[in-house]
Design a protein around this ligand. Sequence first.
Ligand code: GYE
Length: 335
Amino acid sequence: MLNRRNFLTAAVGVAAAGGLAACAKEDDSSSSSSSEGGSKAITLGFSQVGSESGWRSANTDSVKEAAKEAGYTLKFSDAQQKQENQISAIRSFIAQKVDVIAFSPVVVTGWDAVLKEAKAKKIPVVLTDRSVETSDESLFVTLVGSDFTDEGRRAAKILEKVLEKAGHKGPVKIAQLEGTTGAAPAIERAKGFKEVMDADHKDDWKIVVSQTGDFTRAGGKQVMAAFLQSNPDIDVLFAHNDDMGIGAIQAIEAAGKKPGKDILIVTVDGVKDGFVAMSEGKINAIVECNPLLGPQLMEVVKKVKDGETVERWIKTKESDFMQDQAKEALPTRKY
Ligand code: GYE
């Protein structure tokens, strides 16, 4: 996985990718126009995770709109949350000799072989949203996306405020709805949350149940219903995204409890439906994770194709929201 503390400019990797990009132009037999000055239209192959959440839909729209705006030819492929579909899509982009490949990897491991194939054909790869774990850092140029570990930390910090506001005293029994197993945001959000918990709440907080809901509403609902069966005395739900939180709210209500009161809820993302649930008092706080990565991604893709140096990790700026900010913030939400 990308070293999250390493902000070094990946000069070597990027310079190599720039060279690669230049070669890719020559390789691309379908390009008839001159490539002088880097003005040739860019063909971008983009492999999306799926359509599992509101975040993902907003991200897809952002990528499509930004590609159109930039005048790129976008080859878009939806992997339906399956790694094998992403690998096939990347192989097909390589066969089509696209200029740059961008993808949001569904899980962190298992990419080396296909990324080596892209490298062999001199096609630079830009990661977007999620990172990969690889032994060879030259297999991708950069990551455009959020700091998920920090989101986990922020979730724990905002939970402190939520508990205080609710006047909760004594031990805190926490249920965690994890994202897709093996996905960077699931691993890192859990890690960041635990970090704060171990440092500051060793004695009072405890994660009593934790399971994946695969980032979907249906998953959140089903798993929360099971949690409530095994642990009816849960105080807090930390859901790795709004959609699972919204699914869980349905399960909590079906069990005759009040979400946001009997069970305090902190989620991540900040999609509109999350804000609606928060303005209804059912979610207590949301840690924002911005899906509107399209414009930044298109800028980076152009730089990579032109052989310019880019940072190894281009981070997204984000905020946190408490319930009392929900009504005011709702009309301003862009996704
Ligand atoms: O939080 C979740 C989506 O990778 C940041 O994926 C993304 C996550 C997002 O399904 O809603």
